[in-house]
Design a protein around this ligand. Structure first.
Ligand code: TYM
Length: 328
């Protein structure tokens, strides 16, 4: 048995990418490992957030975790900023992480854009906070989508650097768990960019709270191409391949089975069946999110219990870290 830790930023709506790339795998893993699922509000503020919306969004993400199948009796669900040790460990780790390693992070380059000098320091050091999230709990398994792979490799390097610098084996090397064929769900409007909360077009993503009509509309409008029929080729047919990937992840049919099934069918029929499958899977999640969201007291209770469980572990690790580093 290992220790699982993962998290989602409480910014905007959770979408199908978050679900299929990450949360769906957490649900399975929580039965095999001790699991902690964090709502990373400190990561969210690397980009300016409205404070009321941020507070509310933490509750919405907690509701989404539970609606997707995270069992709060089994797994700790907690808010990152409620466990102060995350920031303390992040600082200590930042003193063990060479700038050269951070300079390689592609997500920072993408997010900072051309005006890098004006980007916040927190956006740059974001992956060190992420390493702290993981190492604080000595997590062994970190289930994430493909876009977090580089950050995970950095967390492993930082764990190694700390262990070497302080001649210890305190931190295990966290294993990235990036499983399945659909570790990167792409935008419905552009098959070459990933489905994302920050995409200005809501039609680019299926939100976990979308109703049946909206899901149907978004799949109907989803970009495809001029070629006939259904075939999988990420290079030549990125949009259609993405839709096949989504179908496969939601139905447990392999890509080949799907391609055979629709060998003589048109795009409209394929999209219509995809909608049916997505609605089947997501309607229960979206109605549970709504129900839970109306029961704020329950969500607060879950977050308090999760925080207490997380704090107990975080406290012990930080004591060990302070001793090794020579802090009082
Ligand atoms: P975030 O909030 O961007 O995304 C949360 C999780 O969803 C996955 N994901 C996707 N998977 C497949 N296709 C997509 N289009 C897609 N979009 C998002 C992400 O890979 C992620 O697993 N830095 C992290 C949060 C974090 C974290 C951690 C994760 C902070 N500390 C410690 C693991 C462990 C992030 O911004 O994820």
């Amino acid at each position: 048995m290992g220790i699982v830790l993962s998290g989602v930023q409480p910014t905007g709506n959770l979408h199908l990418g978050n679900y299929l790339g990450a949360i769906n795998n957490w649900v399975k893993m929580q039965h095999e490992h001790e699991s902690l699922f964090c709502i990373v509000d400190l990561h969210a503020i690397t980009v300016r957030q409205n404070s009321n919306e941020l507070r509310e969004s933490v509750l919405s993400v907690a509701a989404a975790y539970i609606a997707c199948g995270i069992d709060p009796k089994k797994s700790a669900i907690f808010c990152q900023s409620a466990v102060r040790e995350h920031t303390e460990l992040a600082w200590i780790l930042s003193c063990n992480a060479p700038i050269g390693w951070l300079n390689r992070m592609t997500q920072f380059k993408e997010k900072a854009g051309k005006n890098r000098e004006k980007a916040a320091l927190g956006l740059y050091s974001y992956p060190v906070l992420m390493a702290a999230d993981i190492l604080l709990y000595k997590a062994t398994h970190v289930p994430v989508g493909d876009d977090q792979k580089q950050h995970l490799e950095l967390a492993r390097d930082i764990a190694g650097a700390f262990n070497r610098n302080y001649e210890t084996e305190l931190f295990p090397s966290p294993e990235p768990i990036i499983i399945g064929d659909t570790t990167r769900i792409m935008s419905l409007r552009d098959g070459t960019s990933k489905m994302s909360k920050s995409d200005p077009s809501d039609n680019s993503r299926i939100n976990l709270t979308d109703n049946t009509d909206l899901i149907a509309k978004k799949f109907r409008k989803a970009k495809s191409d001029m070629e006939e029929g259904i075939s999988y080729d990420v290079e030549k047919r990125p949009e259609v391949s993405n839709l096949i990937g989504i179908y496969s992840a939601l139905s447990n049919l392999s890509r080949d089975e799907i391609i055979n099934k629709y060998a003589n069918a048109g795009m409209a029929e394929f999209k219509s069946d995809l909608t049916t499958i997505a609605v089947e899977k997501l309607s229960k999640i979206s109605s549970t999110i709504k129900e839970l969201r109306e029961n704020q007291d329950y969500l607060e209770e879950i977050l308090s219990a999760g925080r207490d469980k997380a704090r107990a572990i975080a406290n012990t690790t930080m004591q060990e870290v302070r001793d090794l580093v020579g802090l009082r």
